[in-house]
Ligand binder design. Structure first.
Ligand code: UDP
Length: 326
């Protein structure tokens, strides 16, 4: 199968590219390298430097490489940036997706996998979160992704076009073979920051809030290994190839860890203290967000291989140590 991966130079996209090549697919990556890193694109992938929202360029790529399916990762992911510059997010996420979907429909490419997010649920009240939970995003990032889900739904109703939207919970870890990992310089994610703190690259890890109604007062999240997440996309492609219907699915393991549990795991696994500093809650952070992944497991027979926090941390730390190492 020939697959176009938008944002293939980014964190999840670069893992996806390896997963596809590993199973024998042909891959074309399109990435504008705004946050992506060229060196993370697998050598065997064809690389096109450009915008996923450039319909003319995408139209040419789809035809030239006889693309059968598109996996769309390209976009912006920093929640506070989406609050300060919402129109940039509606442009880079929603508008780009609109143009890309349009180009697919015009080129007759009818299979589309979309990188969505648990942020579409906002502050979920019932745990674990099922796909039918209310979608009430609380920031422009979540709204820009939800709007894309709506466009997909409408486009699939009107055209010969099918999609799977995957709502990611907390993606973490790195390729077990060490080929790629999270390389964004300004990353704010907990496991990456904790690894940086253990390496002495940041002074201390801020613990955002210790008064949540959770097991130890700190925030609880469902951390999913990036390779298991990439594998869910492979199942989504197979589902669409077999003529499967449009789907929206949660991607998580179904259990959560608190910030303190993550910090303790990082300390133990890497054998170094993680200096911490307790600070007030970060605005907009829910107490706990844990997925109900039942539908993903049942519909795709998806079986995670790395559902183990130690393993997630080990791979994240191995990657972090390699970054900027002399
Ligand atoms: N967190 C923290 N310190 C950090 C980064 C994150 O205490 O430096 C907490 C955050 O409040 C949340 C959890 O760790 O409870 C996961 O946050 P992250 O930013 O990794 O992902 P999010 O769930 O916000 O998408």
């Amino acid at each position: 199968m020939s697959v176009l991966v938008t944002g293939g130079a980014g964190y999840i996209g670069s893992h996806m590219t390896h997963a596809l090549l590993d199973r024998g697919d042909d891959v074309v990556v399109i990435d504008n390298l705004a946050t992506g890193v060229r060196a993370l694109v697998a050598e065997r992938a064809i690389f096109v430097h450009g915008n996923a929202g450039d319909a003319d360029l995408v139209g040419k790529v789809l035809k030239e490489h006889k693309v059968n399916a598109v996996i769309h990762f390209a976009g912006s992911v920093v929640v506070p940036d989406s609050v300060s510059d919402p129109l940039a997010y509606y442009g880079n996420n929603t508008q780009t997706s609109r143009n890309l979907i349009d180009a697919c429909i015009k080129a007759g490419v009818d299979r589309f996998v979309f990188s969505s997010t648990a942020a579409v649920y906002g502050m979920p009240e019932v745990m674990p979160v099922v796909e039918a939970s209310p979608t009430v995003p609380i920031n422009p990032y979540g709204r820009s992704k939800l709007m894309t889900e709506w466009m997909l739904e409408d486009a699939a109703r009107a055209h010969d076009f099918r999609y799977v939207a995957l709502r990611y919970f907390n993606v973490a870890g790195a390729d077990p073979k060490g080929r790629t990992g999270q390389s964004t310089p300004r990353a704010t994610h907990l496991i990456k920051r904790a690894c940086q703190a253990a390496l002495g690259r940041v002074e201390a890890l801020d613990i955002f809030g210790t008064d949540y109604p959770t097991k130890d007062g700190t925030g609880v999240r469902d951390y999913i290994h990036v390779s298991d997440l990439a594998n869910a996309h492979v199942h989504a492609l197979d589902h669409l190839e077999m003529g499967g219907e449009a789907l929206t699915l949660n991607c998580g393991y179904g259990h959560g860890f608190s910030v303190r549990e993550v910090v303790d795991t990082v300390s133990r696994v890497v054998g170094a203290r993680v200096p911490t500093r307790e600070v007030p809650r970060r605005a907009g952070d829910p107490a706990a967000v844990v997925a109900d992944p039942t539908r993903l497991k049942q519909l795709f027979q998806w079986q995670p291989k790395h559902d183990n926090l130690d393993e997630i941390v080990k791979s994240a730390f191995a990657w972090e140590r390699r970054l900027n190492s002399p």
